[in-house]
Design a protein around this ligand. Structure first.
Ligand code: DC
Length: 212
């Protein structure tokens, strides 16, 4: 079974996708980490003419060993990720990696922005996670605070809204719900409730597909 989980920054899609992976015994790939690893690798080239070429080269040489969530979590790396993500050749270079992961025997859970539309248009179940920007900011703020960081909430909200706009207007991305995706609004849900809702959607979708 392939489960595609898409949604905007800090919508909780990564936590939900990891939870679904645990629930169904499927490997999970947070595809945002790929873009974050590329963004981090080219941080020194930001605002230089080499940025694009360096990002393409970094995307072509990425491997699973580069994906350390704890080293890639910052808002600054998230912003760099959204900048490299508009480069068509970067997306192209990362496509095969994601597709290979999805096609593992037994299936997988992938989360990102374009999993249900581009990477796995044939996924068995597609979820599109949404939550109001302020709720997403508050969750991210608490994650950072749990790591001992001091958070400026208004600055964090602006950063999230800026990334939403860049992602939404990405000329090379297709960041909209697939026509067969099920929308899940997690604004009012804690992680346990959101995971229960996601599992119910997966079970219902699979049961519906199994009916003759
Ligand atoms: O989900 P995230 O915040 O870790 O993603 C970081 C950036 O990577 C995000 O701004 C857009 C980009 N991204 C993408 O373009 N396509 C994906 N499948 C995943 C992430």
């Amino acid at each position: 079974m392939i489960i595609a989980v898409d949604g905007p920054a800090a919508s909780g899609k990564g936590t939900l996708a990891a939870g679904l992976g645990g629930h169904y015994g499927l490997p999970h790939l947070d595809t945002g980490l790929l873009y974050r690893a590329v963004g981090k690798a080219v941080a020194a080239f930001e605002s230089t003419p080499e940025f694009e070429a360096e990002a393409i080269a970094a995307a072509q040489s990425i491997d699973l060993g580069d994906l350390h969530p704890e080293l890639l979590a910052s808002g600054e790396i998230g912003s760099l990720a959204s900048k490299v993500a508009v480069i068509g050749e970067v997306r192209h270079a990362l496509f095969a990696f994601q597709r290979d992961f999805a096609l593992r025997p037994g299936g997988a859970v992938l989360d990102g922005r374009d999993i249900g539309t581009v990477i796995c248009p044939d996924a068995d179940v597609k979820l599109f996670i949404v939550a109001e920007a302020r709720a997403r900011m508050e969750r991210r703020a608490r994650q950072f605070e749990a790591r001992g960081q001091i958070v400026d909430r208004e600055a964090l909200l602006s950063q999230i809204e800026e990334r939403d706009a860049r992602d939404r207007n990405n000329p090379n991305g297709r960041f909209f719900p697939a026509s067969d995706a099920v929308l899940l609004d997690t604004t009012e849900l804690d992680i346990e409730a959101a995971l229960r809702a996601a599992v119910a959607i997966v079970d219902e979708t699979m049961a519906r597909k199994a009916r003759p």
